[in-house]
Design a binder for this molecule. Sequence first.
Ligand SMILES: Cc1cc2nc3c(=O)[nH]c(=O)nc-3n(C[C@H](O)[C@H](O)[C@H](O)COP(=O)(O)OP(=O)(O)OC[C@H]3O[C@@H](n4cnc5c(N)ncnc54)[C@H](O)[C@@H]3O)c2cc1C
Ligand code: FES
Length: 489
Amino acid sequence: MTNTTSSVWSTDDPVRAAAPLAGKTRYEVCVIGGGIAGLTTAYLLASEGKSVVVLDAKPAVAGGETEYTTAHLAWVLDDRFARVASIRGDEAAKLAAKSHRSAIDLIEEIVRREGIACDFKRLDGYLFPGSDGPEAVREEMLALTRLGLMFERVDRVPFPAGAVGPALRFRDNGQFHPLKYLGDIVGLIRKKGGVIHTDTQVVKMENGSPCVAHTKSGHTVTADAIVIATGSPFDAGLTLHFKLAAYNTYAIALEVPPGYVPPGLFWDTEDPYHYVRTAHGTGTEYLIVGGEDHKTGQAQDQKERWAALEAWTRASFPDAGPVRHHWSGQVFETPDGLGRIGLAPGWRDNLYVITGDSGTGMTHGTLGARLVADLILGRTNPFAGLYSPSRWMPGALKTLIEENANLAAQYTDWLTGSEVASAADIPKGHGAVVRDGLSKTAVYKDDKGQVHEMTAVCPHLGGIVQWNHGEKTWDCPCHGSRFSCTGEV
Ligand SMILES: Cc1cc2nc3c(=O)[nH]c(=O)nc-3n(C[C@H](O)[C@H](O)[C@H](O)COP(=O)(O)OP(=O)(O)OC[C@H]3O[C@@H](n4cnc5c(N)ncnc54)[C@H](O)[C@@H]3O)c2cc1C
Ligand code: FES
């Protein structure tokens, strides 16, 4: 395994970069965040003749979590139907399956209509027992039968070794290359009159009709509607933050002999679960395996997590070759496993949010884009109630209380001492939090030995950041904000 992290999809595609926003501008819709959710929203609205601008803080769009995805396109819910039905009821669980199917259908339709070469294909998904035994598979089978959702029971998953069962097979899932897909979507947005600005961080929004987005460099977009598609919904009100829990998840891509791994998406029932698919690189076939999730900022053993993923993979795929890529990223879980999509709670009529990807942001982002575009265009959408950010979920109270108790516990970091006595004890290329009287300082020592000091207090709501050894970032354990080693958001 190399020392530096890189996603299996990463390229330096200049199409995704654009000039920063300058001046005072006016559009019908301002989309903040150029990941799959924001770019799909912009594409759908530009296709209907709306004047749209996309603003992204990074040097290129599709460089957020979308670059770090493993891009399973699944209608089978990560949180499993038995759980979603127990929290939201059977009808909601059925509607959720339908909504994720509609997202895969929409991606397929766009790929066909626009002739996008992004390796899109339909394939089967398999849920199989992990080290927790077959009980969860049985429980899910009962729920699926009750809900009338299609599945087949198979004896084993078709792995070369260590195949386990019984497993459940689900037809009509999909996979694609997310950056090839979004590279073309970017071109289509521009062709339809949409505008993209990168290196443009929005720091504040003004409510009203019209509403205004203010950038860090002092420029503005005035718009009839703003869509916050930033993964974590910055500046959209506190209520949303207390209903989202940020987790880090890890992935590796190993070179495998052609045809060694059968086509399919595979998920086991462990908590956290493993997720598996293949992908084609230039002349190379990859096996991509993910898992080892933990709450953001609440673990510092990143290298051990990638090693654990590799060990798990080699047990079922003994002929797999070397690990060529390893990386990690963030997902935002909601108490019922469904996204929060629609009008931002507490704001008036023109501020929309797409968040709470729950580990399935490819489909959540796509169905969220369709939903928000419909609301802006004044149309009804069959999934608006299911995903409403203001929904009341009495069935999810226990999870919500547990997550917020975990959140409250993170603030005790204010009371703890230094991780190291002084900056001298920090090895090159690492960081640590140092107590200085009543304050806490995040200290990073770069590869040349130069020390960079910054406050360890998260500007969001005052959590104390933790050093992430794997990605060399500062991660906040409270609501998941992440900062570069030198402190940029
Ligand atoms: C390892 C891993 C594996 C995954 N596997 C899958 C999978 O198999 N299937 C699946 O469906 N999902 C998967 N996911 C989840 C999925 O990748 C994400 O949910 C999805 O990419 C989120 O897309 P997004 O558009 O909402 O956010 P992002 O892609 O994160 O885009 C948000 C954008 O907003 C920008 N931004 C943030 N703040 C500001 C600001 N203030 N001003 C301007 N711009 C801002 C960021 O720069 C970023 O480009 C995985 C995630 C990870 C990390
Ligand atoms: S992310 Fe909320 S306090 Fe840091």
